[in-house]
Write a protein of this length. Structure first.
Length: 227
């Protein structure tokens, strides 16, 4: 029955062209996020309630471990380059969807990063871990914003005329995002201390992505030459 089938995660080996099943639960497993060192994968699963974040070693050995138990939908978004924080999407009735950070060391107590009555989602760390890019509809339409992490010192709007699904270049000098016109946009960014300065967005190429604000619809290589 398609309606009651579980959903598992698989790993594709690009060199060997082989596929291997990664999760084996009867729940729906989704939204995988690689750890920066490639040894673990965070994902969400719903074995006994709303989806919550889990982690499992990338080799597939052993079973997954629950990272955070909540009574609301909670999804992993991104992993900081030092491996110390996991950005998570959390939904609350009053503040809709918000972005939280889950420390993976110490007390492991999550804290809000962007929490307003608007809808914030698809957050991602800059390569140096000092900035968070995310999408929000606080202006009445989705736009891409950046703020400092872990302590916000104001925010900067990066997109123009709408945008979603931000992604940093590997050197942290550019931000990419999808426009409502199905174009992949690039914005040069400059950071000095606590100051953030975005440039003028430029269209790189047209895409066929219908849902421009959905996460995990594209990725960029380390050298920035391929998407």
């Amino acid at each position: 029955d398609q309606q009651t089938r579980n959903q598992d995660l698989w790993i594709l080996d690009l060199a060997r062209r082989t596929e291997s099943r990664f999760t084996f639960s009867t729940a729906t497993d989704d939204d995988p996020v690689w750890s920066p060192d490639g040894t673990r994968i965070a994902f969400d699963s719903n074995p006994d309630g709303p989806p919550n974040p889990y982690v499992k070693v990338a080799s597939g050995a052993g079973s997954e471990q629950l990272l955070l138990k909540t009574s609301v939908l909670t999804l992993p978004l991104d992993w900081s380059s030092d491996g110390k924080y996991l950005l998570i999407h959390m939904e609350e009735a009053k503040t809709k969807s918000d972005i939280w950070a889950l420390p993976l060391v110490g007390e492991k107590k999550p804290f809000p990063v962007v929490q307003t009555e608007a809808t914030e989602d698809v957050g991602c760390f800059s390569p140096d871990g000092r900035w968070i890019a995310y999408q929000s509809d606080e202006s009445g339409k989705l736009e891409v914003y950046v703020q400092a992490f872990p302590v916000s010192q104001g925010k900067w709007q990066v997109s123009v005329k709408g945008g979603g699904a931000p992604l940093w270049s590997k050197d942290g000098k550019e931000l990419f995002y999808h426009s409502p016109e199905r174009k992949l946009m690039a914005v040069e960014v400059h950071t000095t201390g606590s100051s953030f300065e975005p440039g003028v967005p430029k269209a790189l190429f047209a895409t066929t992505v219908d849902n421009y604000n959905a996460p995990n619809r594209y990725a960029v290589t380390r050298d920035g030459k391929r998407f």
